[in-house]
Design a protein around this ligand. Structure first.
Ligand SMILES: *Cc1c(COP(=O)(O)O)cnc(C)c1O
Length: 388
């Protein structure tokens, strides 16, 4: 985000908008879409948006003009993609349920299986419905340091390991259209290059005759320091070597730095430090803050002791650990002040909860023309309907 983008958010936060609110900036999402489209144009690859990261369909009509479709992780995402994005849907599930599989086929252009058992059980039904079939493999290499985000960690269930693949694949190759791997998280193209080396060493000999290879997500393509030239070269080399279509399915990259969470200070209490209690909660509205964990940036703030006025920011829930982080500011915070948490479009709305009965933030879209449209407001029923 440049200062002009920041000023736009600051102006809106000072206006009549109610808090807490996730504010999605359609212009910034479109900026990301243009970057993704440029990769498509220079490689001929297909790019699918991963609904897991962001599924706010209020911006899908714009996004679907740039991308080839979505990738889904099961029935509900496949249906949302089919009905709201209205282009291709590619579904991967670690395991499918009997009761859902046929409906998933209705919404999907390809289904990706995570084991030969799943392929044997569902493959023929998929083939008869004209849905393409892929296998997810473990590429045998990754550089994701946080264990829970590492699909190649020891004992990972995600992707068939090479020792099993080479025994079983020859018997099944006739029914398989493509291979899929996903082994990255917020990473640059140099990591992809090393993963591809490992993937090709293990699976390269099986690719001839397939239609596509899906390089998964975790490519931080729209980040300023991302090496897009390297990505483009890797895709083009791969296509030339193997004669297959390449798919990418980034989630974060689609909406990276393209939305904020605006929140108000409800109270300021004191216990050795000044603690600002916000109308938003780490636990319920930005769960990755506690899970990753990470400290979200706030416009105009400094790190813990950088600026003169220092606060711990925390949520209104009863969870002792519902702490967003320690921040400092040039001016003292006052009750009623509004703070703008940046990069809050991804893995936030899709993951939030109504724990402790805390209401969900509004979802608003800043349209390209400058109009702020509140596209969803939540209430008591959303909490109640999840309890029984
Ligand atoms: C999570 C996931 C993605 C998207 O990952 P990002 O880190 O959001 O780019 C894509 N494909 C699969 C299979 C995933 O699990």
């Amino acid at each position: 985000m440049n200062t002009q983008d920041e000023d736009r958010f600051i102006r809106i936060a000072k206006g009549p908008i109610e808090t807490p609110v996730y504010l999605l900036d359609e212009t910034l999402i479109e900026r990301n879409m243009k970057v993704l489209r440029s990769v498509k144009e220079r490689t001929g690859c297909k790019i699918f948006h991963a609904l897991k990261a962001y599924a706010s369909f209020a911006t899908f009509p714009m996004m679907s003009g740039y991308l080839d479709g979505v990738c889904a992780s099961g029935l509900h995402e496949a249906r949302l993609g089919h009905e709201e994005f209205k282009k291709e849907v590619h579904t991967f599930s670690a395991a499918y349920r009997d009761t859902e599989f046929r409906t998933i086929l209705k919404y999907s252009d390809s289904v990706i299986f995570n084991s030969f058992y799943q392929l044997q059980k569902f493959g023929k039904t998929a083939r008869k419905s004209g849905v393409e079939i892929g296998l997810r493999v473990n590429p045998g290499y990754s550089e994701v340091e946080t264990e829970i985000y590492n699909p190649c960690a020891p004992y990972s269930r995600l992707g068939i390991v090479h020792s099993l693949f080479r025994q079983e694949f020859p018997r099944h190759r006739g029914i398989v259209n493509g291979l899929h791997f996903h082994a990255m998280c917020q990473q640059n193209a140099d990591v992809l290059e090393r993963i591809l080396k490992s993937f090709e060493r293990r699976y390269g000999q099986y690719i001839k005759g397939l239609t596509w290879v899906n390089f998964g997500g975790g490519h931080h393509i729209t980040r300023d320091d991302y090496d897009r030239e390297l990505l483009i070269r890797l895709i083009n080399d791969f296509k030339n070597n193997y004669g297959v279509q390449v798919y990418l399915e980034p989630g974060e990259a689609s909406v990276h730095n393209a939305g904020v969470l605006i929140s108000s200070v409800l109270d300021i209490v004191k216990n050795r430090k000044e603690i600002a209690i916000m109308d938003t909660s780490a636990e319920t509205h930005m769960p990755d803050v506690l899970l990753m964990p990470y400290r979200p940036h706030i416009l105009g703030s400094g790190i813990k002791n950088e600026k003169k006025y220092r606060y711990r920011l925390a949520g209104p829930s009863c969870l002792a650990g519902d702490v967003i982080g320690d921040y400092s500011f040039d001016k003292p915070l006052k009750r009623g002040d509004r703070l703008i948490f940046t990069d809050m479009a991804l893995y936030s709305i899709v993951k939030n909860t109504t724990f402790n009965g805390i209401n969900l933030p509004d979802i608003a879209v800043l349209r390209a023309g400058g109009k702020v449209e509140v596209v969803r407001r939540f209430g008591y029923k959303d909490y109640r309907n999840r309890q029984s």
